[in-house]
Design a protein around this ligand. Structure first.
Ligand SMILES: [Zn+2]
Length: 134
């Protein structure tokens, strides 16, 4: 698998904070309700904190009360990639940035949220950076 943005482990460690590195590069999970974008309603675009690719829009962000920023769709279908994740004894679908392969979070579906897709992209705040609209 190759990505548009490829860096060595040492380069990622130098560019990211230890917390960012853990989530983005080691598929860690931020604790719920502490992320900086959990309840953010600012209009803008959320980019990958590792490579800057635009990933989610505030337009699809919704209030899921799950403790992490939640979106019902990515900005564009091909901006993220999906991987089967069977850690923690659960079958989940991991969401990664398609440009650099960094871990973003997971996507769940069929939970009954009243959104157009019935999907919940449950994304770590620390994997994203919000660029507010002008
Ligand atoms: Zn990225």
């Amino acid at each position: 698998m190759s990505y548009e943005v490829e860096k060595s482990d040492a380069e990622w460690r130098a560019e990211l904070s230890p917390e960012e590195y853990h989530v983005l590069r080691e598929a860690g999970t931020e604790r719920p309700f502490v992320g900086e974008y959990t309840d953010t309603r600012t209009v803008g675009v959320y980019s990958c904190r590792a490579c800057g690719a635009e990933l989610f829009s505030s337009e699809t962000k919704f209030d899921s009360h799950c403790g992490w920023p939640s979106y019902y769709a990515p900005l564009a279908g091909d901006s993220v990639e999906y991987l089967e994740d069977s850690t923690l004894g659960m079958r989940r679908v991991e969401v990664r940035c398609k440009s650099c392969g960094s871990h973003l979070g997971h996507v769940f579906e069929g939970e009954g949220y009243g959104t157009p897709t019935d999907q919940r992209y449950c994304i770590n705040s620390i994997s994203l950076r919000l660029k507010p609209a002008e």
